[in-house]
Structure formats: C-alpha cells, structure tokens
Design a protein around this ligand. Structure first.
Ligand code: SAM
Length: 344
C-alpha cells in the first residue's frame, strides 16, 4: 500500500502528479479557484474541496504526507511579541491546525523564492517556529527547476518537515544535466504565432547568463525610462518581461501566474515566435495528455501558478527514502528554533 497524502492549495495538481509517480495516494484535496477545480476534476476524476479555511480539520482523512504550495502572507510581529498565536488570519494557520489534529509523518511546503526574505526573514522564521512547536524537524532550501530536467529557471523555497527527527538532506536530490528550450518545442505547425521582423530587434553578441538564459532581443515596444542609462538598450532589464526574447539554445525564464496573455517569446531557427500553451505546460513537466480546459488566459494563469513536476517527483522519492521508510529515529522535539536552525 502506498503512502497517503493530502494536496492543499492544489492548483492543477502538480504536487499530486509528482507524488503519484512515487506510488503515493491522494486522499484529500482543496483548491478555491473554480477553474483550477474544474481542471483538477477533469484530470483526476475527483472533486476537490474548495476553501480550506471553511473545512473542519476533523473531516480530513488520516494521511502520511501533507503537501501545500500556500500563498505567501505577512504575519503580525506585534502578535508574536505579545505571545499570541501569530499565524492567525493567514492560510498557514490552516496548515497548522490540520497538522495539530492529524500529525502526518512528513510535510512538504512550497513557496516563492523570496519567501525566505519576506518581511525581513520574519515570515520564514514564524513558519519554522510553528512547525517546531508541533514537534516537526525541518529543513529548507531554494531549489531551481532547471536542475531537475526542465529548461526553466524557476526558483522556489521548499520546506520539508518530519515527525521522526530526520532532518531532510537536500543534497541527496538527484540533479540532472540541463536541457534547453529547443528540447521541448512542438513540431512546426501553422498555429505558431510568429512576429514580423519589424516588430523586434535582435542584439549583437548575446551571451548566456549564469541562470542559463540567453537574452537575444526585444519587441519594439516602449522601454523602461526610470533609472535607464543611455546605451543600455541591449540589456534585458531595460525591457519589460513580456517584451524580452530568449534564444531556444538556453533556459526559459520563470513562467508567471500573472501573465494571462502568454507573452513568452523565443528565437528559434532564425525566427521569433510565442511559445504555445502546450510548450508552457511542457516547461512545467506536464505531459501532453494533461487535459486543458477553459480560456487560454486562465490556462496561462494556472500553469504560471503550478509547481514543476520533475522537481516534485525527486522530492517525493527522497521524502519516502529519507523520512517515511527510515527507522523511527524519534529524538527530543525542537521547542524553539535557534539561529543555527534558521540559517541551516
Ligand atoms: C501557488 S498555487 C499552488 C499550485 C499548486 N501547487 C500546483 O501545482 O498547481 C496556490 C493555490 O492556492 C489556492 N488557494 C488560495 N486560497 C485558498 C483557500 N482558502 N483554500 C483553498 N485553496 C486556496 C489558489 O487558488 C492557488 O491555486
């Protein structure tokens, strides 16, 4: 029998697929967005619960792993100083009350890269402290999707907790050789949206950035004027993200949940075109069989919000090996986090 998990803030189930590929079984999911819920039902043949704040923790089935890509919200420092439960009023509070009641053996939380520095590090500190108070041993790291076999530079903060005292070792995750945008493109077809030559400018001598991106040019739109120095038009930062063009020989920048128009432009075989929706889903590791329902705008929002499946798959594999299948190594619970815990 596989380990059971719950999929909170489920989106379109990126977390779910990664854990299912490791023979784990989903026993509960919650997602408030109507369109995401419809896609979830169509793809997994399962109705999702909606607003997690309205669900009594007693109604949630027992599980071994709690998964949550929760929205990042500030906590009240004033509350903490007065000794209140300072996570109240945030969606993390809902994760906390479920953990308190159900005590799953492990947890995997995902958030944006800047979660670690959000509110001067206070948000991460409060989350880790709350987990320690519930007797979880934690470790966290910023992981990049491009290290897990997808050509997208997408950095995310991952927090992993265990109830058996195991401190998850992120170094054991299997990193893959990089692949590039050109490796996931569709065959040439009539629907490709090419730009005319007069609509863009290519720069001379484009260089590969450390992130793996190769900025090759820009759409001929207004450039940023604030803080822009003369002779910097060849730099990507002068151009708004939807106007930048990247070479298919490099990595793609982060797909964004706010980009409803799918303005992701690539330079491939001497021409500039928009990525197709299917290519965007491939950039997150979704298979071509994944059912896409509803308007293009919503489908772009959904994919920009998702977690990258091959990265989750590798995390799931190691959560099983390091935490769930390890002998009970019950050690004294960490009561209050130390500075060492915070920076390690
Ligand atoms: C960053 S996304 C997570 C996406 C998911 N990990 C995936 O792979 O698609 C956060 C999700 O939380 C959902 N959400 C926000 N508030 C919620 C609530 N109160 N109850 C349930 N879901 C909520 C949002 O609609 C959004 O889809």
């Amino acid at each position: 029998m596989g380990y059971k998990f719950i999929d909170l803030f489920a989106g379109i189930g990126g977390f779910r697929i990664g854990f299912e590929k490791n023979e784990c079984k989903c026993v509960f999911s919650a997602e408030i967005d109507e369109h995401a819920g419809e896609m979830y039902q169509a793809n997994y043949n399962e109705k999702v619960h909606k607003d997690i704040t309205k669900i009594d923790e007693k109604e949630i089935p027992n599980h071994d792993i709690l998964l949550a890509g929760f929205p990042c919200q500030p906590f009240s420092i004033a509350g903490e100083k007065k000794g209140f439960n300072d996570t109240r009023g945030t969606l993390f509070f809902d994760i906390e009350r479920i953990l308190k009641k159900k005590k799953p053996k492990s947890i995997v939380l995902e958030n944006v890269k800047h979660f670690k520095s959000h509110d001067n590090g206070n948000t991460l500190k409060i989350v880790l402290n709350a987990l320690h108070k519930l007797e979880y041993t934690t470790s966290w790291k910023v992981l990049n999707a491009k290290d897990f076999g997808v050509p997208q530079n997408r950095e995310r903060t991952i927090i992993i907790g265990s109830l058996n005292g195991v401190k998850f070792d992120f170094n054991k995750l299997d990193r893959k050789q990089p692949i590039f945008i050109k490796d996931i493109l569709e065959e040439e077809k009539s629907e490709f949206e090419y730009l005319d030559k007069q609509e863009y400018t290519l720069i001379a001598n484009p260089k590969k950035q450390l992130s793996g991106l190769i900025f090759v040019g820009y759409r001929n739109k207004n450039i940023r004027t604030k803080g822009t120095k003369p002779d910097t038009i060849h730099l990507s930062r002068v151009h708004k993200q939807p106007n930048r063009i990247y070479s298919s020989d490099g990595t793609h920048p982060t797909l964004s949940s706010g980009e409803s128009a799918g303005r992701y432009f690539i330079y491939h075989n001497g021409k500039v075109r928009k990525l197709t929706l299917k290519e965007c889903y491939r950039l997150m590791g979704f298979s071509d069989n994944f059912k896409l329902l509803g308007s293009k705008a919503k489908l772009y929002n959904r994919i920009g919000n998702s977690i990258v499946i091959p990265m989750v798959e590798e995390i799931a594999k190691q959560v099983k090996i390091q935490i769930l299948q390890s002998e009970n190594k019950i050690k004294k619970p960490t009561k209050q986090m130390t500075l060492f815990d915070f920076y390690s």
